[in-house]
Design a protein around this ligand. Sequence first.
Ligand code: NAD
Length: 406
Amino acid sequence: MQDPFKNAQSQLTKVAKLINLDSAKLEKLLLPDRFVEVSFRVRMDDGSYQTFVGYRSQHNNVLGPYKGGLRFSTYVTPEEVKALSMWMTWKTAVVNLPFGGGKGGVKVDTKKLSEAELERLSRAFIRAIADIIGPDKDVPAPDMYTNPTVMGWMVDEYSKIVGRPSPAVITGKKIEDGGSQGRVEATGLGGFYILEELATKFKLEKDTTTIAVQGFGNVGYYFAYFASKAGFKVVAISDSKGAIYNPNGIDVEHVLEVKQTAGSVTNMSDVDVISNEELLKLDVDVLVPAAIENVIAETNADKIKAKYIIELANGPITPEADSILHAKNRIVVPDILANSGGVTVSYFEWYQNKHNEKWTKEEVFKKLEDTIKPAFKEVYSKAEELNSDLRMGAYALAVSRVTEKM
Ligand code: NAD
């Protein structure tokens, strides 16, 4: 498997050339400011103790406190969290949030833990990294196999350590623990705002613009929901079991009911059941990979017919496939911009916690729109200026913002 940190470093090196970045600044940005590895003991339900290893990588904080998720997975490695922390630096910078980039995790299979063991592990990890996090230092959030409940335990533990309530130390909390309205919809809705920008820019008519969405989890569902509510034509949807297609359009809310009651979108009636691979190659206007990474690769990139691709998943297109799509004049809105709705509303949560405010869902949606739509325009202009694709435009914009502040 490719080393993700080497990938992130070579991507940065490529951008640095494009924007003539000073080599001393590049040298610094190739490495995280700080990388911490901790080990800690957790008492199991049977009274025995197990030792776990965790990491936190703080890539860069010139624009604000480090920001990024904590994942619980047996696959977590130092290289992975370092790479993800660097990508977070670019993601927060591209939408102009006053945050830097961080990422962390614990090597653990959560399926083997009871609820009580998971709570003790979450609290023990926070004790182990408490010195390096804080509302103005480093603000973690949920990621793979962590969730609002886990964030609640972590905030509680941190608050005990510092001796005062400290909700702004972590985002992605439940509403009752200080979470923000609109966080659940944020990433899919942000993707929808990008779709609206594409529609304006390229004069796409809603009722004739066809869309295929891969993945029907949090992100895929809300994207499809907002798109179809606005009048766009969602014609294909998938989950891990397969895909459904109806050229006349699909009732997104009904698909959710079917998925919740029968387990998969493929149990819908009045649709063709196709494979995920076939969904990617459909003759649609807009393709939205919203499930997993590397689904569009060298092997299938030249068969993608969609003119526009909105990357809501992280890293759904491999670098080789990206070159193929660029050569075929496909417009790819890169993940660091397209799925930044989540981190943007995380910023709103942090802001509300720090200022003791509570915004309505409507306020959150409006502020998200006012953040992500201008970011799209800036990325688009940057790409035009550099005569590059939108991915390079987004990276160039983000890296320039960080290096100017350095
Ligand atoms: P989720 O677990 O809620 O949903 C994932 C969906 O993908 C499910 O419908 C699942 O059935 C489907 N899926 C899994 N394997 C698949 C496969 N091989 N082919 C097709 N579909 C498959 O996850 P999510 O929160 O919706 O996240 C989706 C993607 O978006 C991930 O790449 C994630 O990193 C990224 N992302 C999420 C957020 C967020 O706020 N949730 C923010 C930024 C990026």
